[in-house]
Design a protein around this ligand. Structure first.
Ligand code: PEP
Ligand code: MG
Length: 351
C-alpha cells in the first residue's frame, strides 16, 4: 500500500544518511574505547557483492554460501567451473581470509536439478549429511576450492549442519586425503583451516569436542535459533516466536564460545544476529572473536563497537543473561543504547 511504501522510503532515507556518516570508518578497526577488538567479516554468495564488501573495509569473508552459484545453474557446475568461481573470490579478497562453506542444500535451500523429497526437510537430508552420502559432490567441491587457493592460500573451509562428531571426523579425513592427492600432483597449496558450523543443539553441547578437532567454530544463528526453539525460520505464522535473543539461545551462544576458547580455537557468528546491533553487542561481550554479516550492516556494527567499551558491554550481558524473556532483554539493551548515545542505530524508522 501507499502508506507502507511511504514508510519504507523514510526508513531508506534515514539509513542512507546514517551510512554516509559511517563511510569514514572504512579503514579503522572495530575497537572499543578501552582497546578490545573484534574482527568484522562479510557474508557473500554472489560476486556482485564483492565490491561492496571492499568499500566497507571487511577483514575477510566469514561465510561464502557456495550453494548460491549452484542455484544459479540448471545442472551441477563442473569442477573447472567451480574452481574458476572460487578463484575469483579468493583473488578478490587476497590476502584476507575467505571462509567457504561446503554445499548446504536441503531444508529451505533446493537445487532444481537435484530434488530432495523429504517429509520433514529441516530434519532430513541436508548440509553435511548430503556431502557425506554423495562423496563425489563433496570431493569435487573441496578439490576445486583447494586448487583455487593455489598461490593464494587464503582459503578456509566450513562444514554446515553438523550434528554428530563422526561427521566431522569423516569430512576431515576426506579433506586431508584430497590435500595429500593435490600435493602429489605437484600443486603447491597449504592445508586450509577447517571449521564447523554450530547450528543445532547437539553441536552446542559438544562445542568443545568439535573445537578440539578443527581450527574454528562459527555459529549459524539463523538455524541455531530455529532448532533451539523448534520454530521454522520461514513460517510467518510462528514468526513472533522466532527470536535469537531468547534466553536459551543466548546461553547456548555463551557455551559455544567458551568451548572453542577452552581448546584455544576461535569462535565467530555468521547468522543474521551478528549484523544486528542489539545482539552484536552481546556477542562481543561473550568473547566472540569475529562477527560475519552483510556488507550493509558492517559499518554500523563497527561504529557501535567503536562507541562501546568492553566493560560496558560485559555489564550489559551480565544483566540480560539473568532475564527470562526476549522482550525484557530487548528493552534493557535499548535502554543501554540510549545511555551510550548509540540509539540512532536501532531508531531508523521507529519514530
Ligand atoms: C545460519 O544458519 O545462521 C547461516 C549462517 O546459514 P544459512 O542462513 O545459510 O542457513
Ligand atoms: Mg544455516
Amino acid at each position: 500500500s501507499r502508506t507502507i511504501i511511504k514508510e519504507y522510503r523514510v526508513i531508506e532515507q534515514q539509513e542512507r544518511e546514517l551510512d554516509k556518516d559511517l563511510a569514514s570508518l572504512r579503514d579503522m578497526p572495530a575497537e572499543t574505547e578501552d582497546g578490545a577488538r573484534i574482527k568484522l567479516y562479510v557474508n557473500t554468495g554472489l560476486m556482485t557483492e564483492v565490491s561492496n564488501s571492499m568499500t566497507v573495509g571487511a577483514e575477510g569473508v566469514g561465510l561464502y554460501r557456495t550453494e548460491v552459484p549452484f542455484m544459479l545453474r540448471d545442472r551441477f557446475p563442473t569442477a573447472e567451473e567451480q574452481r574458476k568461481i572460487y578463484k575469483q573470490l579468493l583473488s578478490a579478497f587476497s590476502p584476507l581470509p575467505v571462509t567457504m562453506r561446503t554445499l548446504d542444500i536441503g531444508g529451505d535451500k533446493q537445487l532444481s536439478y537435484f530434488p530432495i523429497d523429504d517429509a520433514n526437510p529441516f530434519l532430513g537430508w541436508r548440509g553435511i549429511r548430503i556431502s557425506l552420502d554423495q562423496p563425489e559432490i563433496f570431493h569435487s567441491q573441496v578439490r576445486a576450492m583447494m586448487r583455487a587457493s593455489e598461490g593464494l592460500n587464503n582459503l578456509r573451509i566450513m562444514l554446515p549442519m553438523v550434528s554428530d562428531i563422526s561427521e566431522v571426523d569423516e569430512a576431515l579425513s576426506i579433506i586431508k586425503k584430497i590435500h595429500a592427492d593435490i600435493l602429489e600432483e605437484g600443486v603447491e597449496v597449504a592445508m586450509p583451516e577447517v571449521g564447523v558450523m554450530i547450528e543445532v543443539p547437539s553441536a552446542v553441547y559438544q562445542a568443545q569436542a568439535l573445537a578440539r578437532r578443527v581450527d574454528f567454530l562459527s555459529v549459524g544463528s539463523n538455524d541455531l535459533t530455529q532448532y533451539m526453539l523448534a520454530v521454522d525460520r520461514n513460517n510467518t505464522r510462528v514468526s513472533s516466536l522466532y527470536n535469537s535473543m531468547h534466553p536459551a539461545v543466548l546461553h547456548a551462544l555463551q557455551q559455544v564460545v567458551d568451548g572453542a576458547h577452552k581448546e584455544g580455537k576461535t569462535a565467530s557468528v555468521c547468522g543474521e544476529m551478528a549484523g544486528e546491533p542489539m545482539s552484536a553487542i552481546l556477542l562481543f561481550a561473550m568473547g566472540y572473536d569475529a562477527l560475519s554479516m552483510s556488507a550493509t550492516m558492517l559499518p554500523r556494527i563497527k561504529w557501535l563497537i567503536r562507541h562501546s567499551s568492553i566493560s560496558r558491554a560485559r555489564k550489559l550481558l551480565s544483566e540480560v543473561i539473568e532475564l527470562e524473556n526476549p522482550r525484557e532483554i530487548q528493552e534493557r539493551i535499548e535502554q543501554t543504547f540510549e545511555e551510550m548515545g548509540v540509539a540512532d542505530l536501532i531508531r531508523a524508522g521507529r519514530e
